[in-house]
Write a protein that binds this ligand. Structure first.
Ligand code: C2E
Ligand code: CA
Ligand code: CA
Length: 395
């Protein structure tokens, strides 16, 4: 954290590439946008600060003499205020959306690179949780004792209800109607931060805590399903090691029975990588789960190194194309070819295909043309707190 001696803080500030119907990306308007971005930044930094353009919509700043977390929060609040003001271009109102990641910077040159990386992680964290800014926490690069502390905190979070499931809609590619949601974990800390799973799932998976966390996720998703219309499903992510636990069978079965939920409405997402090791064991466990009539999806498909041969007997229902291919499919011929190949492969084996990471309508429309079945991504919604999801989708 920011210590009491006056320190420098490195920040990365990014202007969102808002997917704007009024041609923000046209060459004139993107130039205008860049100029507006720079002008506003000039109103934010003080004369003792430094800043450098990294590209049209990202800058690196060094804020001098920041003595406390509070001072940094004040600086960030000012950034928010400055960008809150919309601007007008050719008589139209153009929204501006900015986010920032900060990291502490020590005086040495070699620390600059590290601080840049850390600020980048914080920026991503801020964007994921739709916050104006985030500050890199030293716990994010942990040693063993930090890791034990994090596990302890997770245990408390699980007991006190600080872990929550957010829901991101999955929609029918053709009709764009809601067919269900993926449940994604969020950790609400005491200091009002929302931590995304990439900050804690890896650690949880190295400890026993992943088990109660996952069982809890299954139970709360099924409880939610009991209140939702019959045609909606929920997908829960299952860490690879847990799929091989016998206990998963009874957890799933009991939850479905207690809440009287049709098993086919519960979807378990497992990553492709799990197929590489223990192939026979995995296949038989997947088959047992499917005997319960629960649906199975292969997540992050395309990133693993599984052999196509196992496809023949794979007891699954759905494949999710990894977002890295989807995000770039309109710019990169190679990514488009991968997306097409996965859709064809899945359909040849009578599996449904989900594309995740659908960030704009051009991608959504192209995927529908390619006969992808289901879409998920920011263009529809980010993962939402359950009340918000239910309100927005009237479930
Ligand atoms: P995942 O299963 O691949 O989940 C999809 C991730 O992509 C989510 O990140 C989601 O917020 C993000 N995403 C969705 N739409 C878009 C988009 O249009 N663009 C971009 N750039 N990203 C998009 P999230 O929620 O941070 O989750 C990250 C990962 O954490 C998940 O990846 C999953 O592997 C893991 N995870 C989340 N919840 C759980 C859980 O309950 N149990 C386990 N074991 N793992 C979980
Ligand atoms: Ca998933
Ligand atoms: Ca995925």
């Amino acid at each position: 954290m920011i210590s009491s001696t006056k320190n420098s803080v490195l920040g990365l500030v990014e202007l969102a590439d808002t997917d704007d119907p009024i041609n923000l990306h046209g060459s004139t308007s993107s130039r205008v946008l860049r100029d507006v971005f720079h002008d506003r930044l000039k109103g934010w930094v003080r004369s003792k600060d430094q800043w450098r353009l990294l590209n049209n919509n990202r800058v690196c700043v060094i804020l001098r003499d920041i003595g406390s977390q509070g001072e940094l929060e004040l600086a960030a609040a000012k950034l928010g205020r400055i960008f809150k003001e919309p601007y007008y271009h050719r008589g139209r109102l153009m929204p501006l959306e900015v986010s920032a990641g900060f990291a502490e910077l020590n005086g040495r040159d070699e620390d600059l690179k590290l601080a840049m990386q850390q600020a980048g992680i914080a920026l991503k964290q801020a964007q994921k949780s739709s916050q104006l800014f985030d500050v890199y926490l030293s716990e994010w690069g942990m040693d063993a004792s930090d890791e034990r502390e994090l596990v302890k905190q997770l245990e408390i979070a699980l007991e006190t209800g600080a872990l929550q499931l957010y829901y991101q809609p999955k929609v029918h590619a053709g009709y764009r109607s809601l067919i269900g949601a993926e449940a994604l974990m969020r950790w609400h800390t005491k200091d009002q931060k929302i931590i995304t799973p990439d900050q804690f799932i890896d650690v949880a998976e190295r400890h026993e805590i992943i088990k109660p966390m996952t069982w809890w996720a299954i139970k709360s998703a099924v409880a939610r399903l009991a209140r939702w219309p019959e045609q909606l499903s929920i997908a829960v992510n299952i860490s690879p090691a847990l799929l091989l636990e016998d206990e998963i069978m009874s957890v799933v079965q009991d939850a479905l029975e207690i809440h009287g939920v049709t098993p086919a409405r519960l979807n378990l997402e497992v990553t492709e990588n799990i197929m590489i090791d223990h192939q026979d064991l995995v296949l038989s466990q997947l088959a047992r789960l499917r005997d319960l009539d629960v649906k199975i999806s292969i997540d992050d498909f395309g990133t693993g190194f599984s052999s196509l041969a196992y496809f023949r007997d794979l007891p699954v229902d759905e494949i999710k194309i990894d977002k890295s291919f989807v995000l770039r499919m309109l710019e990169s011929e190679k990514d488009l070819a991968i997306v097409k190949a996965i859709i064809d492969l899945a359909h040849n084996f009578s599996l449904k295909v989900v594309a995740e990471g659908v960030e704009n309508l051009d991608i959504a429309n192209r995927l529908a043309e390619l006969h992808c079945d289901i879409l998920q991504g920011y263009v529809f919604d980010r993962p939402l707190p359950v009340e918000e999801f239910e309100k927005e989708y009237r479930v």
